[in-house]
Design a protein around this ligand. Sequence first.
Ligand code: PXL
Length: 284
Amino acid sequence: MQKRVAAIHDISCFGRCSLTVALPILSAGGYETSIIPTAVLSTHTGGFEGFTFRDLTEDILPIAEHWKTLDISFDAIYTGYLGSFAQLDMVSQIFDMYKKKETLIVVDPVMGDNGRLYTSFKEDFPRGMAGLCEKADILVPNITEAALLVQEEYLEGPYTPEYIEKLLHKMADFGAKKVVLTGVYFEEGQIGAAAYDSTCRQTVYSLGEKVPGMYHGTGDVFSSVLLTGLLSGFSMEEALKLAVDFTAEAIKRTYRAGTDNRFGVNFEEGLYELAKVCSASRKI
Ligand code: PXL
């Protein structure tokens, strides 16, 4: 049966992140994707001035409660950017409403990058997000988010395996079976991700070549492809490589085109290949 995902993120109308990335990627993977938009912004908050912001907090629970009357269930619930303690609390309630033994709860604790909280968050937000992380099966922070969540010092790379594994292990203490850390590199010119499985206590890495520059929305692209791969039956190690390679290709296309890095990355031209590998892996 076709798998169904509930994706709970904002809609940033321009700038390719959150739902405008998650929805096409999961759909290309072959997964029915229901959405709960938490807010509508004219752009994301990463570098644009004067963006509009319509808060949809009051709609979040009514949407989930209406769905409950339809007797639908989800194979995965996937959350990203959440804007307030109230939203964290509602999403936590939605996990409780829809969690079944086989439901995969994926939390990308979107909060910051490059050692800093995004300007839209107050200092105490990571504490609230840490509470939500306790309900996740899979956590997908970047290094900044992991350091904020486990109250470790944020370091600039290149990293040591000790630092990376310390973050992974401390994140796993929230209770997730798997923690995936993005923005990992051990030498200049490299970039990728690490995944820790708390059941077998093993860490796997997927590293590639770094393209110069910082590109917006790449964390959302990465997490969405990772989930798509896992739903398609890939092992964590395979899904990690799929997500690292897909994101790297999207960044390369964007770099070659010389696009403004606030506009997000060209992931669209990778969707056809993604659809093929997911459908081959599902063997349908
Ligand atoms: O890509 C993460 C993200 C999602 N949504 C909004 C954002 C950001 C990062 O800045 O501002 C609204």
